[in-house]
Design a protein around this ligand. Structure first.
Ligand code: ADP
Ligand code: MG
Length: 237
């Protein structure tokens, strides 16, 4: 079943296309990693899927509906880029934050989301009392408490330590496998997500390549995507 469809999607800022002719089909239960250099249009792509912005040409469909129609009855979980670093001093508690994602969060889903990210004990703490990793988990729990069928994560591993990162990867894998949540994750950790995601999209204004990680990790694609090839630890090592 198709969860997300983009057909001939174009988007521009100030008369410059930042996304061109994007065609993409994400099936229910997929786990897609999106990689690409800064400015490639990754965040813009997520915002199009969420209906926050509309394509200048082409079409975005969520389960066959326009995002705004879909969102009238169904939530989409979203972790915006750098949100936990930006809203670090927000004067609300974890519990208030997690409940703030949607009109009415069911108690069982709220408890489940706290439990998944192992932050139940932190519910009364304010955001400024948390470590960066804990705050990131609180924002992730906020997205998950909606019980969404689709989870969009924009660079969720930025700024968290390797231990938290490993935990996060396990959680995402379980949400995808055990709860059939469709996951789309924007990341610079291509080496890591190549082992996790079922499919990788290399984006640089256009779809550079799309497919299974083992196919995408071939040098020819990587060099097409990142001509300088400086940000891959396995290349520098
Ligand atoms: N609000 C905006 N106004 C003008 N240009 C923007 C705006 N948001 C993003 N852009 C531009 O669009 C391009 C894609 O941005 P973005 O989707 O954030 O890329 P990525 O997430 O891959 O780093 C960049 O060149 C960026 O400068
Ligand atoms: Mg971005």
């Amino acid at each position: 079943m198709k969860a997300i469809t983009l057909r001939n999607v174009y988007y521009s800022f100030d008369n410059t296309f930042v996304l061109e002719n994007i065609n993409l089909e994400i099936q229910q239960g997929d786990y897609l990693g999106i990689v690409g250099p800064n400015g490639a249009g990754k965040t813009t792509l997520l915002r199009l899927i969420l209906g926050i912005i509309k394509p200048h040409r082409g079409q975005v469909l969520i389960y066959g509906q326009n995002p705004e129609d879909y969102l009238k009855s169904e939530p989409i979980g979203y972790l915006p880029q750098r949100i936990s670093q930006t809203l670090y001093d927000f004067p609300i508690t974890v519990q208030e934050l997690v409940k703030s994602g949607w009109k009415k969060i069911k108690k069982e889903n709220f408890e489940w989301a706290l439990d998944v990210f192992k932050i139940s004990h932190l519910r009364k703490k304010t955001l400024r009392e948390l470590s960066g990793g804990q705050r990131q988990k609180a924002f992730l729990a906020r997205a998950l408490a909606l019980r969404p069928r689709i989870l969009l994560l924009d660079e969720p591993t930025t700024g968290i330590d390797p231990y938290s990162m490993e935990g996060l990867l396990k959680i995402l894998e379980s949400l995808n496998r055990d709860f059939a949540i469709t996951i789309v994750v924007v990341t610079h950790d291509i080496g890591t997500f190549a082992h996790e995601a079922k499919c990788i999209l290399c984006l640089n204004r256009r779809v550079v390549c799309l497919g299974e990680p083992r196919k995408i990790l071939k040098d020819e694609y990587i060099s097409m995507l990142y001509p300088e090839r400086t940000i891959f630890p396995h290349k520098d090592a």
